[in-house]
Design a protein around this ligand. Structure first.
Ligand code: CS2
Length: 489
């Protein structure tokens, strides 16, 4: 069903360029059997693409709801859900029109969400709602006092429309129970370790606070599938939109840019069926933990390290930061620590760590993918909990220092102190901790990432000793001002 466009096509004059839709590109419209929450670029470069590549794609349409960007649903709906996936290799682009999203909807339309999830044909709900959206505290439990969660619990209890993705999902699962439509699978596609269990915990925490009967129904009927998802998907730029138009001869307001590489590892039951994603390249495994650790530690861990160290050193993209020997050395040191703790599992042989590391260097070095460090730097307190802390703890448990993992946490601290615009679910608490001084400041910041680590004095001292590791060499007066500096914003 996917179609290569003619790269060399001459762009048609602006006035005559048709807008991409199912009339100019007559792709079949499959019936909705998958509901997605979090209609962003990653869902479209990954799960929607795998669904289109599956041999039974004609049976599996996706109804996708936006989270924070209702305009994205409007733009996509104007194109009948179609968009161009630009696979950007270091030697050129290839273009595929993806048609698996058959409804693009505003996440605030909870009535439609509830109807679709309650429909007997719906078998799968996929989620890309960001790591921070699961609302779990550092103890791994749903924090029902967090402002968004608490407000949604009040709304749900009083019959008002919930505003968080989890609140909306719980409402929709309640509608499915009431309709008697039977079991289904919730497939978490966010970068969290043990993400199926995290989603289950978050949904159970929400439902349990509202309605014990619903919580019991969810525990019995809803399967929470764990996944490890991978495809580097930078933000689309105006230049990308113009490039798609020039190559395809039609207007597409919503193309997605991604690297050619993609991977999807899944583990869990699908009680109401699923597309044959395995025939599109997905891997179904019994034990997902080694795969998710490999991905979260080696890829995402290096990403976060580059995001903070790289920006402190004046870089803007992953490829630029990786070309800086100081950043590269820090990444290699972190990978050595991570790798030491990825061995010893049954699946080790399949993990092929040296090849994986080499492939990551090539993927990160693809300078045609402008993957902004600022995009990766978001939500650091949540991300470091998954990306740095497990490696640090494993290294300490093995009697080693974990200095490279600690350096990632130190770089995040330096970044939060230097940047006026960092975004984090705990931003207020981070700002408050940054007002403290010396070891108290370090302990306060570490506690926001992981309270157990914060209780270990020797780790706190180690992190403190690593502050400033990524300071730029002293600048001369002729250099451009440092964009991170607060006093210049
Ligand atoms: C990145 C990920 O923004 C981030 O935190 O590390 O989005 C990363 O690009 C993807 O997980 C790649 O699969």
């Amino acid at each position: 069903m996917s179609t290569e466009l003619n790269h060399a096509a001459t762009p048609a004059p602006a006035a005559t360029i048709p807008q991409l839709n199912r009339t100019v590109r007559p792709l079949p419209k499959a019936p909705v059997r998958i509901v997605h929450l979090g209609l962003g670029a990653f869902h479209r470069s990954h799960q929607a693409w795998y669904t289109q590549q599956a041999p039974d794609a004609a049976d599996w349409g996706i109804a996708a709801f936006t989270g924070r960007r209702p305009d994205a649903a409007v733009a996509l709906a104007e194109q009948d859900g179609l968009y161009t996936l630009v696979e950007r290799a270091d030697n050129g682009d290839s273009f595929t029109v993806v048609g698996s999203i058959v409804e693009a909807l505003d996440g605030a339309d909870v009535a439609r969400l509830a109807r679709l999830v309650a429909a007997p044909a719906t078998a799968v709900v996929t989620l890309t709602i960001t790591e921070a959206a699961y609302g779990l505290g550092a103890d791994g439990k749903l924090d029902t006092t967090a402002p968004g969660v608490a407000a949604d619990l009040v709304r749900l209890a009083s019959g008002d429309a919930p505003a968080t993705p989890l609140g909306r999902l719980v409402l929709a699962l309640g509608a499915r129970r009431d309709a008697g439509s039977g079991p289904l699978a919730v497939v978490c596609c966010d970068n969290l370790s043990n993400n199926g269990a995290v989603a289950r915990e978050a949904v159970a925490g929400f439902a349990g606070a509202l309605d014990a009967g619903l919580a019991a129904w969810i525990a019995k009927e809803v399967s929470f599938v764990s996944t490890s998802v991978d495809r580097i998907t930078p933000r689309t730029t105006g230049e990308d939109i113009a490039g798609v138009q020039a190559a395809s001869g039609y207007g597409d307001s919503s193309p997605v840019i991604a690297e050619p590489f993609s991977s999807w590892v899944l583990s869990g039951d699908f009680p109401a069926g699923r597309p044959r994603w395995e025939d599109a390249g997905a891997l179904f495994v019994e034990d997902i933990e080694p795969y998710e650790n490999r991905k979260l530690w080696l890829l995402n861990g290096a990403h976060s390290l580059l995001a903070y160290a790289g920006q402190l050193r004046g870089h803007s993209t992953v490829a630029e930061a990786l070309a800086d020997p100081v950043c590269l050395q820090a990444v290699e040191a972190f990978w050595d620590e991570a790798e030491a703790n990825l061995s010893g599992t049954e699946a080790t042989a399949d993990l092929q760590i040296p090849a994986y590391r080499a492939a990551l260097l090539a993927r990160f070095g693809n300078a045609r993918i402008a993957h902004n460090l600022a995009q990766i730097a978001l939500d650091g307190s949540t991300k470091l909990r998954m990306r740095a802390v497990p490696v640090l703890q494993a290294e300490r448990a093995a009697g080693r220092s974990g200095a490279a993992a600690a350096a990632m946490i130190a770089a995040w601290m330096d970044f939060t102190a230097a940047s006026a615009s960092f975004q984090d679910p705990l931003a207020d608490a981070v700002d408050a901790a940054n007002l403290l001084t010396g070891t108290e400041r370090i302990r306060g910041l570490v506690a926001l990432v992981d309270p157990i680590v914060a209780g270990d004095d020797s780790v706190v001292r180690l992190i403190e000793s690593l502050l400033g590791s990524f300071d730029k060499p002293a600048s001369t007066s002729t250099e451009a001002p440092d964009p991170l500096r607060k006093d210049l914003q």
